[in-house]
Design a protein. Structure first.
Length: 115
């Protein structure tokens, strides 16, 4: 038995620490900036900001390799429109100015046509 102090007193945990690790989810969980639902990152599309002169392009990063701060979005137009309406792109990516989401719109349109 292990006793640890938590934020609200003491928590008694039975079993070994190895068992605790095995109970954790294998995937990371992220929040969609459109609908604010938490999902495994495998179900969401990572997006990043690319600076182009005075504009900032919001582009998809399906391979999750581009540098910089990323945000997560369900790859559906409903969440894209919701994020746009809520002005969530600028806040999530910590950018300001003219945000160009045309590359992201094109990606989602092409993805929808091929599914």
């Amino acid at each position: 038995m292990f006793v640890t102090s938590g934020g609200e007193g003491f928590v008694v945990m039975t079993g070994s620490p190895v068992e605790w690790v095995q109970d954790r989810p294998a995937q990371s969980v992220r929040t969609c900036i459109g609908c604010r639902q938490r999902e495994p990152s495998a179900d969401l599309l990572r997006i990043v900001a690319q600076h182009r002169n005075t504009d900032v392009a919001i582009v998809p990063d399906p391979r999750r390799r581009q540098p910089g701060r990323g945000a997560w979005l369900h790859p559906v137009s409903v969440c894209l429109r919701s994020a746009e309406r809520r002005r969530a792109f600028g806040r999530a990516l910590r950018v300001s100015g003219n945000l160009d989401i045309s590359a992201l719109e094109q990606y989602l349109e092409n993805r929808h046509e091929h599914s």
